[in-house]
Ligand binder design. Structure first.
Ligand code: GLA
Length: 374
């Protein structure tokens, strides 16, 4: 693998004279459907993709945990003697510190070592660069090999240290994705199954290349509004709320709950349609999901709406919607394979005309979850 060779060469340049390194990878993901349902213990259907984060690591005698990010050209270090007392710095390095902190909180000893992060998952692109990083670092620092435990610990690092109240979807699929399949996961019971997509269709992610500032605070706000809706309805989480009770809600909790309840139903419809090869129905479900995210959950933005509308005007495109947290990031498109070039040219032509910059297009390949490379 030429990329791994290049990464090892960089490792030796950045950490000259270090011991022989080992390497792990974890993939990014595109969520096909089931958006903002994971922290409501609902259903999601993500797919691990070929874009991935590689973490290379070698033991050192420095007494430090050192890390260098190739994409950000930035480094950070912490004395391993007091990992338990680490505090958030408010930058990318929190994702590494958080993993070390979570492991040490659970009784693991973090050895002094040097880490190199090299990722092809676009940062802030809605394709889960953070979970890919968290899961790969978790493996590099000696975390659990069992995919579920791995995902749970990586998520705990994100919620407990980095402080974002995320659900388990991204870490789970980064740990347990499967080549050739999407993963239908019940975030309440953690039961899952692999769903193969019908022959002849392609999944394409289009990165808007924007990340609106609102993202972080709005995510938190949505989590709170869902909790508020659940409280009013007297249920533990929105997964347990029935559509017939929506009339008891008003304002933001009503809109948020309506999205979550209908989205859970759409995941089931989408998975069933995929299993019987009904690609038209799959597409319609994606379109409905986008509408619900735009109008009820209110996490879309002009760039994502435009990417979706433009995609839907291309013959052979069956459905499109925003994917991930929203407020920028990417859309996911479901289309007939032969329509890929037409979709690419439509997006690459029309989006820059409107916004002034190019989107990034990725034809997604369903890939395996995290693994050791070396
Ligand atoms: C982010 C979070 C996930 C999930 C999605 C929205 O990607 O990390 O846990 O909540 O947003 O579906």
């Amino acid at each position: 693998m030429a990329r791994l060779e290049a990464i090892l060469k960089r490792f030796r340049e950045i950490y000259p004279g270090s011991a022989a390194p080992r390497a792990w990878r974890a993939p990014g993901r595109v969520n096909l459907i089931g958006e903002h349902t994971d922290y409501n213990l609902g259903l999601v259907m993500p797919m691990a993709i070929q874009l991935e984060c590689v973490v290379t690591a070698a033991p050192s005698s420095s007494g430090l945990l050192r890390v260098y990010s190739e994409e950000l050209a930035s480094s950070a270090e912490w004395p391993v003697a007091n990992i338990g007392e680490l505090r958030r710095r408010g930058d990318w390095s929190d994702r590494v510190a958080g993993v070390a902190w979570e492991l040490s909180r659970r009784g693991a000893t973090i050895a002094a070592q040097d880490l190199l992060i090299s990722s092809t998952v676009p940062l802030g692109g809605g394709l889960s660069s953070s979970a890919a990083l968290g899961v790969a670092v978790m493996l590099a620092l000696g975390g659990p090999r069992d995919p579920l435990e791995l995902a749970q610990l990586a998520r705990a690092a994100e919620t407990g240290f980095v402080g974002v109240p995320v659900g388990i979807m991204d870490q789970f699929v980064a740990a347990r994705g499967r080549a050739g399949a999407a993963i239908l996961l019940d975030c309440g019971s953690l039961e899952f199954r692999e769903v193969r997509l019908p022959e002849g269709i392609a999944i394409v992610a289009a990165n808007s290349m924007v990340r609106h500032e609102l993202g972080g605070s709005a995510y938190r706000r949505r989590v709170e509004e869902c909790a508020e809706a659940a409280r009013v309805l007297g249920v533990k989480c929105l997964r347990e709320a029935a559509a017939s009770r929506l009339s008891e809600l008003a304002g933001a909790p009503l809109l948020r709950a309506r999205h979550v309840i209908t989205e859970n139903a759409r995941v089931e419809e989408f998975a069933a349609a995929a299993e019987r090869g009904d690609v038209e129905k799959m597409g319609i479900t994606l379109i409905e999901s986008h509408r619900s995210l735009r109008d009820d959950y209110q996490v879309s933005c002009a760039e994502l709406d435009f990417l979706v509308e433009t995609a839907l005007s291309v013959p052979g495109v069956l459905g499109a919607r925003m994917t991930g947290g929203g407020f920028g990031g990417s859309t996911v498109n479901l289309l007939r394979k032969e329509a890929v070039p037409a979709l690419e040219s439509a997006l690459l032509e029309k989006y820059p005309e409107k916004f002034g910059w190019r989107p990034e297009i990725h034809v997604c390949i369903a890939s395996d979850g995290a693994s050791q490379l070396l």
